[in-house]
Design a protein around this ligand. Structure first.
Ligand SMILES: Cc1cc2nc3c(=O)[nH]c(=O)nc-3n(C[C@H](O)[C@H](O)[C@H](O)COP(=O)(O)OP(=O)(O)OC[C@H]3O[C@@H](n4cnc5c(N)ncnc54)[C@H](O)[C@@H]3O)c2cc1C
Length: 174
């Protein structure tokens, strides 16, 4: 977020916990890092402490940039500012699954987000409705999306062929 260059080792990087109790992976890899703006769960606190990462629980109200639009730091609720060369945030994942859920596809909550349930062939709980990608897993990625899309596409083709065959057989028997 912000900044005209990627973060370098030794930069002060500001981040926050991604989900309750879970230290964000980059936070555990970076150095000279401040974990800011939220209450750290005990396990997270231990993990960050062990990595020498400072914890700052004051709410962060603004990410500051300079005249050149480059990131320059953050501002806390009480007005204090802190210089930083990089800031990472913890976005909340929301699946765009209204169409599938509206059709009655079963879903469940996982990792703080809803996912539409599919079988190993990409079929949802609604006959003739298939799903792939982000809606099927909150921690999706392009490879996951490609793989599940490929599986769903293959299944659609196979199911349509099966249906044609079933129809042809029943017509022949009439
Ligand atoms: C900031 C960020 C960085 C990421 N970096 C990486 C990375 O480095 N590597 C990686 O592998 N993955 C990365 N990902 C994840 C990756 O982008 C997603 O997992 C992937 O794009 C999911 O593909 P998708 O087709 O399931 O969903 P999307 O790419 O979200 O496509 C869904 C499409 O459906 C459209 N849509 C939704 N609802 C409707 C509707 N009702 N009617 C019509 N259209 C609709 C949306 O507008 C959208 O165009 C990143 C994601 C984010 C947000």
């Amino acid at each position: 977020m912000g900044g005209a260059r990627p973060a370098h080792r030794g930069d002060r990087v500001v981040g926050r916990e991604r989900a309750p109790g879970a230290a964000h992976a980059p936070a555990l890899r970076a150095r000279d890092l401040l974990h800011a703006g939220c209450r750290a769960a005990p396990a997270t606190r231990d993990a960050l402490d062990a990595r020498g990462i400072a914890i700052e629980e004051r709410p962060v109200v603004e990410v500051l940039s300079g005249d050149d639009d480059a990131l320059r730091g953050i501002r806390f609720e009480d007005g204090d500012e802190l210089a930083a060369q990089a800031v990472f945030v913890a976005p909340r994942t929301v699946a765009n699954d209204e169409v599938l859920v509206g059709l009655g596809a079963r879903s469940m909550r996982q990792g703080g987000a809803r996912r539409v349930l599919i079988d190993e062939e990409g079929r949802t709980s609604v006959r003739g409705v298939y799903a792939a990608g982000n809606v099927t897993g909150p921690r999706s990625s392009v490879p996951w999306t490609m793989a599940t899309g490929s599986i769903a596409g293959t299944s659609i083709n196979a199911d349509l062929v099966d249906e044609d065959v079933t129809l042809a057989v029943s017509r022949r028997r009439r």
